[in-house]
Design a protein around this ligand. Structure first.
Ligand code: ADQ
Length: 457
């Protein structure tokens, strides 16, 4: 079996292997690396104040070599906050209005990818297979090819791929598409993203899908496929089953009393539809007097990318909105929305999901959305809650027991909330069982094996 080299913007180096704080993706990639032996390379998260990124810092743990590089503050501003998060992220989430078309940032993005390639190339052995993750590193394979690297290189995009009319608003879209064509296998979250990608190649007359999963672009043929990312279903369900012993979960349970809990969990990001969700909750409470004082909506939202102005504005907006709704609807002994800007451990998160009668997951656009899958995995099989899910999340294509909503339709989402809270036990069990069976069969280690199997084939 070939050695594996994983490259991602950040590298989740765990203090302890399999630590409870680690997400499913980190655990699955670590397991694959441990089994085959390999390297995980990425940005250390540190800024080198000297102005020049220092040498790779290498750390060996078991079979895995972690190879981390610092970046300069100019690199981080241009590559990470600039092009990746103010251009590619909004474009891939269909938000032309929020994209920032700076030339300096675009140049910085390609420069840092070249720098990554130069740092990585000397570590690569001829039989290694290389797996690059996400939108920060699209041009990496093209840079490696330029340096003569002939290894198999795969790419997985964690976020959506937009249709041509959206993508083409980005000045360097052709170079980005050529960047993808330099891989041997390009993985998307859904068929829909894959079709969008094929459509972009066609419209630009750069190439096409020649048959199922095979693409041609210029001189190169390569493969593309949908690999819907998954979670560590059985382990997460076990966290949830045991969560009753966590003091934080117990406190939450006691403080909710006999009210029904609705839960939302997201990074604070404009793609997640948090403001529309609060509007829908407000509409629901206002129009369903029987539920007033009988529900609590818990929104757990760690701040993210606060250095990007759109995110800072979003933080203010959500805080104000939650405060306004609580002021308008709350009573001396009832706070309708509990809004928390904090991360919680995975076992606690699992316990909170299990307490909730409804998981409210309403992104305006999302590659997959793992919260939806985690909510399902955490439910009590005897008395499961209901997932209310945006049709614009990749997860909606798999979770056929969810109540699907259009997150822009406030009344529609409010109606789904009412339906979820009133759903009879038989129907809840039936819907949950369908989704859980799917998640048990398609977990993150299978996802990892599927992608690596296809890349190696
Ligand atoms: P994200 O946009 O970060 O990921 P998501 O898939 O929901 O979105 O993953 C978020 C993860 O963070 C989940 O595992 C969740 O449990 C965790 N999390 C969120 N809030 C938390 C909190 N307060 N405390 C602890 N944990 C918290 C991107 C894409 C998604 C895609 C994933 C994986 O945008 O569409 O599903 O990558 O490919």
């Amino acid at each position: 079996m070939s050695r594996l080299v994983v490259v991602s913007n950040r590298v989740p180096v765990q203090e302890k292997k399999g630590a409870a704080s680690a997400g499913g993706l980190a655990v699955a990639l670590e397991a694959a690396l441990e089994k085959r032996g390999g390297i995980w390379m990425g940005w250390s998260g540190r800024i080198n104040e000297e102005g020049e990124p220092g040498p790779l810092s290498i750390e060996q743990r078991g079979n895995i070599t972690y190879a981390l590089t610092d970046l300069t503050s100019k690199d981080v501003d241009e590559y990470y906050f600039g092009f990746a998060n103010r251009m590619l992220w909004p474009i891939c989430h269909y938000r032309l209005d929020l994209a920032e078309y700076g030339r300096t940032e675009m140049a910085g993005y390609f420069r840092v990818n070249r720098f990554f390639a130069h740092r990585l190339a000397p570590l690569i052995k001829p039989d290694d297979i290389i797996w690059v993750h996400d939108y920060h590193l699209i041009p990496l394979a093209a840079e490696l090819r330029r340096m003569g690297i002939k290894n198999k290189i795969g790419f997985f995009l964690h976020i959506p791929w937009p249709p041509a009319d959206v993508l083409f608003a980005m000045p360097v879209h052709e170079e980005i598409m050529r960047g993808l064509a330099a891989y041997d296998l390009v993985g998307f979250q859904t068929d829909h993203d894959l079709e969008n990608f094929a459509g972009c190649l066609r419209r630009e007359e750069m190439g096409d899908m020649i048959d199922e999963g095979r693409f041609i672009a210029g001189e190169r043929t390569f493969r593309g496929g949908a690999y819907p990312i998954a979670i560590e279903t059985a382990a997460f369900a076990e966290f949830a089953r045991r969560a009753g012993s966590h003091s934080m979960v117990l406190k939450a349970q006691q403080s909710i009393e006999d009210r029904s809990l609705i839960i939302g969990v997201d990074r604070l990001d404009y793609s997640k539809g948090i403001t529309q969700r609060i509007d829908a909750f407000e509409h629901f409470v206002t129009n369903n007097p029987a539920h007033q004082r009988k529900v609590t909506y818990l929104q757990i939202t760690p701040k993210s990318r606060s250095e990007v102005p759109e995110y800072e504005a979003m933080q203010r907006m959500v805080a104000e909105q939650a405060g306004r709704v609580n002021g308008a609807l709350g009573t001396v002994d009832w706070v309708p929305i509990r809004y928390i800007n904090r991360s919680v451990s995975r076992p606690v998160l699992a316990g909170l999901y299990r307490l909730a009668k409804v998981g409210l997951v309403t992104p305006l656009r999302d590659g997959m959305n793992l919260v939806a899958k985690e909510y399902v995995a955490a439910q009590d099989p005897d008395d499961p809650g209901v997932l209310v899910l945006s049709r614009f999340a990749g997860a909606a294509r798999e979770l056929n027991g969810a109540l699907l909503v259009n997150p822009y339709d406030i009344v529609g989402t409010s109606n789904a909330l009412a339906r979820g809270l009133n759903m009879p036990l038989d129907e809840r069990r039936d819907r949950w069982r369908r989704m859980m069976n799917h998640l048990l069969e398609h977990d993150v280690s299978r996802w990892c094996d599927d992608f690596l199997g296809d890349l190696a084939a």
